[in-house]
Design a protein around this ligand. Structure first.
Ligand SMILES: [Zn+2]
Length: 60
């Protein structure tokens, strides 16, 4: 199964059809780039609007 990204929070979802962060089923398989966030307080996390560690798409 292809990976998808959440249109709402950009989280990359490897399994299932619901985002594990915001629980929305609004996913897309056409996303660009992946950033791995280890620290939700880092600058890149803030720029992406990320609040939890994990893999995120750069562009959805
Ligand atoms: Zn989400």
């Amino acid at each position: 199964m292809a990976k998808k990204a959440c249109k709402n929070c950009k989280r990359v979802v490897a399994k299932g059809n619901v985002c594990p962060v915001c629980k929305t089923p609004d996913l897309t398989s056409s996303f660009q780039g992946v950033a791995v966030i280890f620290d939700a307080d880092s600058e890149i996390a803030k720029r992406l609007g990320v609040t939890a560690p994990g893999k995120y798409a750069l562009k959805v």
